[in-house]
Design a protein around this ligand. Structure first.
Ligand code: SF4
Ligand code: SF4
Length: 441
């Protein structure tokens, strides 16, 4: 019954959003996006619809736990759908355990959302707090159709196949990381009510891979801050030994050691083969995933969720020959192993290639800003040769630098290229007029 309610909530909330857009358009309430809290409030002191959402999610988490994640989030819903589809196809991916679960979402939150916006606010203080529920518009942070679809395919479907159920929530989601602190203090939690037979059902049914059985038997409650209050564990317990119950924070037994990983977790016979630990490879995995993520982040219009989703899947794919993909020994499993080496080589080439592109863009623009044209030209020439997506801005900058350096032929070639890519842009047109004035008659 509870799960039917939860699915109804996940579907209903999205139907309400669609109905709202249909009836009110995008003018009354703007982007209801978590990142607004950082881009609008932290940076400028603006309270908009997204900021209201974050405040509500934060306060409700203090009371009910991460209800928002389990009952309302669209990424959560897509992953549940993916899991259900995979099960229908006879595939049950193992849940991967790694320290990345703690580090990567926190890193994405701090590096992309908190640090730059806080830095801006400290250097350019707010002019007071303003309220504007209509800005930015609903579509402001949505990527285009191709990148948007790809984000859902990677972070909704592939990530479940390779990293396990709710792989995105565990390995990437910065909003989940943001809600971990209030979740650790939540008053409603899954609690031990007595009579546990240690069957392991609760751990097996937990979509975010918490060893529920271990936690309730050793800490008296689920303390793991990834808990999304989905209540699959309570519903599946044959002994009714756990329930979602309130406790006064004044009487709660808070102990720091209850929030870390314990070696004895995931060792119960009934659950062992459902999980795969890559903790011994974490020291290699973390730098690798970060390097992969930075190598592609922002290229082709990719956002952080998509680029780090691809990076996490690829990094874990390299290090876990048998944990991901179809069961070993099956026909699909054999094919999977056969293609592993060429796929690994291809992925490495793609990441290194794009890493060079990203580095060259960064260096090229820096040197251009410092008027070091010879160095900027060599970096940006490499970019336009290696980056498969033609970017008019880079050709225009190159044209400007060649023009200033007196290399008119090169300037004209890049200005024409820039104009072909962006025919509406005034920049190449103006530069071509200047070039005409300089060309020998
Ligand atoms: S511990 Fe229980 S309520 Fe929390 S996420 Fe796991 S199954 Fe859902
Ligand atoms: S499902 Fe219930 S009985 Fe089984 S281990 Fe979990 S709490 Fe104990």
């Amino acid at each position: 019954m509870i799960q039917k309610l939860r699915i109804a909530s996940l579907v209903g909330i999205h139907l309400l959003i669609l109905a709202h857009i249909y009836y009110f358009g995008d003018e009354v309430i703007g982007s209801v996006d978590f990142q607004e809290f950082f881009h609008a409030f932290l940076k400028y002191g603006i309270i908009n619809a997204g900021v209201v959402l974050v405040i509500l999610a934060f306060v409700s988490t203090l009371i009910f736990g991460r209800f928002f994640c389990g009952w309302a989030c669209h990424f959560g819903a897509v992953q549940e759908l993916s899991w259900w589809l995979l099960k229908k196809m006879g595939i049950t991916p193992k849940t991967l355990n790694s320290s990345l679960i703690t580090i990567l979402p926190l890193f994405i939150l701090l590096n992309f959302y908190i640090a730059p916006n806080l830095h801006h606010a400290l250097n350019t203080p707010w002019e007071g707090i303003t309220i504007n529920l209509g800005m930015p518009d609903i579509w402001a942070f949505l990527p285009g159709f191709v990148i948007g679809t790809l984000t859902f395919v990677v972070d909704g479907f592939l990530i479940v196949y390779f990293l396990g159920r709710k792989g995105f929530c565990r390995y990437l989601c910065p909003w989940g990381a943001f809600l971990k602190l209030p979740n650790s203090l939540a008053m409603f939690k899954v609690r031990n009510t007595g009579g546990c037979s240690q069957c392991g059902n609760c751990t097996q049914s937990c979509p975010v891979g918490i060893d529920v059985s271990y936690e309730i038997n050793n800490y008296g409650k689920v303390t793991n801050t990834n808990c999304t209050s989905c209540l699959l564990c309570t519903e599946g317990c044959p002994s009714s030994a756990i329930s979602y119950k309130w406790a006064s924070p004044l009487k709660e037994n808070f102990q720091l050691k209850h929030y870390g990983l314990n070696r004895e977790m995931y060792t119960m016979q009934a659950i062992r083969d459902k999980f795969h630990s890559v903790h011994t490879k974490d020291f290699l995995l973390l730098p690798l995933v970060l390097m992969f993520g930075f190598a592609i982040d922002g290229l082709y219009g990719m956002g952080h969720f998509l680029s780090f989703g691809i990076a996490a899947i690829s990094g874990i794919y390299f290090f876990t020959p048998s944990a991901t993909g179809p069961p070993e020994g099956s026909g699909a499993g054999r094919k999977y192993t056969k293609f592993k080496k060429p796929i690994t080589a291809l992925l490495l080439t793609v990441f290194i290639w794009h890493g060079v592109v990203k580095f060259s863009i960064w260096q090229g623009l820096q040197q251009y800003e410092s008027n070091n044209y010879p160095s900027a030209i060599s970096h940006l020439e490499r970019v336009v040769k290696m980056y498969p997506k033609p970017i008019g801005r880079f050709h225009l900058i190159l044209a400007e630098m060649y023009f200033e350096s007196g290399e008119i032929d090169h300037a004209e070639k890049h200005a024409l290229k820039s104009q072909t890519i962006n025919p509406q842009h005034e920049g190449p047109k103006k530069l071509l007029e200047k070039i005409k004035g300089k060309s020998p008659k």
